[in-house]
Design a protein around this ligand. Structure first.
Ligand SMILES: [Zn+2]
Length: 278
């Protein structure tokens, strides 16, 4: 029986990316960045192709509007989940996979020397689940883990690699750049970055197949706590009937399942992102 691989591709941790100018469709370097995303993905796909145990591969475009990856460059046996506002967001489709890969990820909000550190949106200062601080890697790994799916590889800068190792233990990491600040990094040359992605992917699959990688999960009940940038944002989150005010900028709630927690988190983020009321 072959295994289904699932890859969530964000953009901030892709080889060669350091600044906002590269990350949004209006940016001067955005088109070139989409090609860089595909180059990193091709390297991971080459690593997966070395293993006959891998059957279908599903790729979830996980950055911004989630319309970044050029579908016309996709080959056989690789499906693309394209577009935003989808159940699970960055996690869409992982529940049907055997293992997950996080490509081009970035460190959680507030991390020093981390390229474009943030947690889902610019309104969020901190996220805690059961009193443990998590970024996108932790939130998403907990969602995957709730469906029994382990994360086998995370790529990005040195900061997200450290974050992933501290949280996920057995995960393989690929450092494609050393951040010097939020908007600068020393970049690995493309051939070296792509070779590392390819070889580490093959190693991560090997480790997964040997049974050495466990799904990451929090035990229910799941307490979510979010610290927002301003009190105004917290005021808006309070329009959600099940959210509680935990402090000036802090909101939260306890949930029975990771699916419910993630929907609560997403709702809070969406409400916080609205314009000020006056
Ligand atoms: Zn992103």
């Amino acid at each position: 029986m072959t295994k289904t691989a699932w890859i969530s591709v964000d953009m901030e941790g892709i080889s060669g990316i350091v600044d906002r100018e590269q990350l949004l469709p209006a940016g001067r370097l955005y088109e070139a960045s989409c090609a860089l995303m595909m180059d990193d993905l091709d390297a991971v796909l080459a690593g997966l192709a070395e293993r006959s145990e891998i059957g279908r591969i599903v790729v979830n475009d996980s950055h911004d509007g989630m319309l970044n990856l050029p579908w016309s460059r996709f080959g056989r046996d690789v499906d693309l989940i394209s577009g935003g506002t989808k159940p699970g967001s960055m996690n869409a489709g992982v529940e049907a996979a055997d293992f997950a890969i996080y490509l081009g990820y970035h460190a959680m909000a507030g991390t020093p020397n981390a390229v474009m550190d943030h947690t889902y949106s610019g309104e969020i200062r901190e996220v805690m689940i059961n009193h443990r601080m998590v970024g996108e890697t932790g939130l998403n790994a907990a969602w995957a883990g709730a469906h029994g799916v382990p994360v086998i590889l995370v790529s990005g800068d040195q900061a997200v690699a450290q974050e992933a190792t501290e949280l996920l233990g057995g995960v393989e990491t690929v450092v494609v750049k050393e951040a010097r600040s939020r908007r600068s990094a020393r970049l690995l040359p493309p051939p070296e970055a792509h070779e590392a992605l390819k070889s580490k992917t093959a190693q991560a699959v090997e480790r997964y197949l040997s049974g050495a990688v466990e799904p990451f999960a929090f035990l229910a009940p799941l307490h979510l706590e979010i610290d927002l940038m301003t009190t105004d944002m917290a005021d808006r989150v309070m329009f959600c009937p099940y959210m509680e005010r935990l402090g000036g900028t802090r909101v939260g709630q306890t949930f029975d399942s990771m699916d419910q927690l993630f929907r609560g988190f997403y709702t809070a983020m969406a409400l916080a992102a609205g314009r000020p009321l006056y």
